[in-house]
Ligand binder design. Sequence first.
Ligand code: 8GP
Length: 818
Amino acid sequence: MKMGFDKEEFKKSVEYNVKNLFRKTIDDAKPNEAFQAVAYAIKDVIIDEWIATQKQYAKEDAKTLYYMSMEFLMGRALGNNIINIMAWDEVKEVLEEMGFDLNVLEDQEPDAALGNGGLGRLAACFLDSLATLGYPAYGCGIRYRYGMFKQKIEDGYQIEVPDEWLKDGNPFEVRRSEYATEVKFGGYVKTVWEDGREKFVQEGYQSVMAVPYDLPIVGYGNNVVNTLRIWDAQPINTFNLESFDKGDYQKAVEQENLAKNICEVLYPNDNHYAGKELRLKQQYFFISASVQRAVKKYKETHPDVRKFYEKNVFQLNDTHPTVAVAELMRVLLDEEGLPWDVAWDVTTKTCAYTNHTIMSEALEKWPIDLFSRLLPRIYQIVEEINRRFMEQIQQMYPGDDHKMARMAILYDGQVRMAHLAIVGSFSVNGVARLHTEILKTQELKHFYQMMPQKFNNKTNGITQRRFLLHGNPLLAAWVTEKLGSKAWVTDLKQIKGIEALAEDETAQKEFMEIKFQNKIRLAKYIKEHNGIDVDPRSIFDVQVKRLHEYKRQLMNILHVMFLYNQLRDNPNMDMVPRTFIFGAKAAAGYRRAKLTIKLINAVADVVNNDASIQGKLKVVFIEDYRVSNAEIIFAAADVSEQISTASKEASGTGNMKFMLNGALTLGTMDGANVEIVEEVGAEHAFIFGMSSDEVINYEKNGGYDPMTIFNNDADIRRVLMQLINGYYSPQNPELFREIYDSLLNRNSSDRADTYFILKDFRSYADAQKQVDAAYRNQNWWAKAAILNVANSGKFSSDRTIQEYVDDIWHLDKVEVKL
Ligand code: 8GP
């Protein structure tokens, strides 16, 4: 326990909250009411630290990071906050005295799912690490009224249900109306002469009021509380019907609708760009508000805005916040009156950009007509940035039209956001070593050649506070006991200390027993939520992540079909019982991904109900995969499926969470898998498939011919035929035709088997066989699992953040004393 947590006071606070919020005494409070009351009581503890932290930052005039992101996939806050104020045991005890189970109360909290997947969760881990390391930082984002949809499975199909996460309010948030900021859209730009210079004024625009809500980001045991600031939109002013003529009335209605729509919902696309006007409005909305506020705040205590970059740095989480480059320029030029060169100097010393994917369908390219209509002044600025950049290219590469075409920001009627981000930033980073190399040598090679000094790698990380200490309390306690210290909680490298136990049979037994308990916990969850019985003694083989073709959930389920065929042929086949666990949301409009979910469930139906295979094979699709159930799933996994087509997964972060919880990686040499294997040793993982170089080579030469494999491999052919002969869909044999076709037939837009599933299949199946063989030796398995935990130190987001600080942000640590 940290000093200052008073159990008696806390108890009173909870009772008081129940009374005031619900007009009830504590014994009448329902679990949800008790949750609210406890959350407010915890906020009460946090709030003093929050105030103290912000005062200390001001006092030290500390440089501040603004982490700009459309997504923050936070999950639940209560448990995390209690852990980080180091009051877990005390709170648990007090609640027990009051007749409540902390775990049950935690389950009342809706996940804050303001993100899709990897990119959004990374932002959340980064905030946790920033606060824990004591660095001044804001997360800047949007307060979506509806977060990531809830997934229901009906008849094997995904159904999307709106996520009403704010239905009962959010106990931790604080509305900061004093910082409300106007954001303008549309209209036209008028040029006027004033004070002897040309000025640009936006007129005839529509605007909304951006109102910030602050959420506390609690550092672990250090009194530091940073802020996640998410913006809500409100109509500028309510209007008076009589005083408007027709045109004004129309405009007022439109403005009101704009405010209503802007923050309504998170776009549910992962690694995919949809190009919707409302999305661009969302981007400019939160960026304009955040940038305006940052400049204003700086000016409150600093006279010279030309030194803005000395105290502020903007990290752009992918291209979604890239309008920040132009918006900062606009503020500096139009509002602060700086000349172009000075404004550009400030901007390019302030902005830094992270790339998260090489998938071409994720590249943001806005049609110029849309962009310029919605953001007329911003567009003018982008034009000028582009004009000057083209001049620079001309100077460096005279006459090289190819370079100009490849690197232009404005090209072919589009605004290329990645190019704007690179040109406007002083740093460009990838998220794993391999990914950064691919950026430098393939996707962004022209930029790399022109400005190599900007490029750097920052391999992703995850927070051990949530994904071990909170998610896996049994293993966390074991690690602490074995190390004789909790230091790993803020210094994950120290977990290396358990390596010495890897060969120790007692430790191995203890470790496997903990894994077994976690598997029982997950089995219970699965029984409650899916109604399926799974055997915790079977191998839990898990693939949880967004559903995307490049992640190859399809290869996984095809392999299950392949195994099932073997078992049907020979029910006595010697195999370690296996439970294949899937969890994945598909973007609402991604037809093939949704069909893959249906296929997984169709296979599950057949396999799970076939008594002849003696329970050797089970398939589970966990509904509504999200941060809160992820914590339970990672803790229970034996095998971590990281099977993306090499070169496609920029990093992956689930792979790290599995490793930290002692699952063995079954994966390709892709993303951060490469570095995981480097840390733990290839002999403690199961690696298969083509290398990224091989994949890239095939791609350059138009792919490969899957028909040869189909014709020559009878087992693969049998599996594929089962997609179109009704084996898993007797009522509709054609149901999975699209998947079959995608693997074998080229169509107008795609190569056949774009993601090399058939090409890698045999190698994958062999690796799966090795998993089976390896699991039979429980001592070896335990050793390998312990070694995975022991060597996960590199993958703490604390390490990642420290690298960002050292190489890009240059922040100073701040100490907060109460
Ligand atoms: C993801 C990458 O796919 C993943 O490999 C990486 O670990 C993660 O970012 C964090 O760096 N990319 C995205 O989630 C992504 O591009 N999403 C945007 C389209 C929303």
